[in-house]
Design a protein around this ligand. Structure first.
Ligand code: ZN
Ligand code: ZN
Length: 241
């Protein structure tokens, strides 16, 4: 098994972060935003898309801005061109609304449903989520890696288990067992790490002792909430995760 999705998943698991799917999402998102600034800004199809969606969602517009001002990818000029296209479209929308066209307000403003970056992420992540569900039992190598991993954040755990729950009973049992065992083990690990963190707040411990375990707080949040700005598909939102 040597396809790219598999290798990407394997590499992410080996990084030993609190959620390998969050790591993949972070990478895909960064790559998309960089490509957007380097290539898509000048691409006429991408331009049409961004006009249609009236820009990016709030999160991705600010992410684009952060990328654009980095010295390595400096491309505020590109961002200015996007803004100009979107602003011209918005002026047209407002003129139409003023002429009493109905339903114009729905078109104005971008939500995550229309944002091209969100759509790209949802599509890509669905592929990785489904692949993970398959590999859990289809690949002995991956299953072993997964068992030794730090598991998943809760939103990705819920996304995976919601897919598994809809499978036939014989497909479901082994997958649920692996998923729940790994997740329980890692929640237990964090629980002990937090206990250690709390213990070290006492005066007997030095600043250095405290610093050594300081990152458990942010890692616990990553585990419970997923990465900041995590993108879950509409399908997953239905399950209220
Ligand atoms: Zn995650
Ligand atoms: Zn977005």
């Amino acid at each position: 098994m040597s396809d790219i999705t598999y290798l990407h998943l394997k590499r992410a698991v080996e990084k030993k972060t609190e959620c390998f799917l969050c790591s993949i999402e972070t990478e895909i998102e960064a790559k998309y935003l960089q490509t957007y600034l380097q290539e898509l800004v000048m691409d006429s199809k991408a331009r049409e898309k961004i006009i249609k969606s009236r820009g990016f969602c709030n999160n991705h517009f600010y992410r684009i801005l952060i990328e654009a001002v980095k010295p390595t990818t400096s491309d505020e000029h590109g961002v200015a061109l996007i803004m100009q296209s979107v602003i011209q479209q918005l002026m047209q929308d407002i003129a139409e609304q003023n002429n009493l066209h109905r339903n114009t307000s729905e078109r104005i403003g971008t939500n995550t449903h229309k944002c091209p970056a969100c759509n790209h992420l949802t599509e890509s992540m669905n592929r990785y989520i489904k692949k993970t569900v398959d590999l859990l039992v289809a690949s002995t190598e991956f299953s072993k890696l997964f068992k030794e991993s730090k598991g998943l954040c809760i939103p990705h755990y819920a996304a995976l288990t919601s897919i598994v729950e809809s499978m036939e009973a014989n497909q479901r049992k082994d997958r649920l067992k692996i998923l729940s065992e790994v997740e329980t083990k890692n929640l237990g690990r964090l629980n002990s790490e937090l206990a250690d963190y709390v213990r070290r707040q006492s005066y007997e411990y030095s600043e250095k002792d405290r610093m050594a375990v300081a990152d458990v707080v942010s890692r616990s949040i990553e585990k419970i909430a997923g990465k900041r700005g995590i993108k879950l598909s509409e399908e997953m939102k239905k399950y209220d995760v």
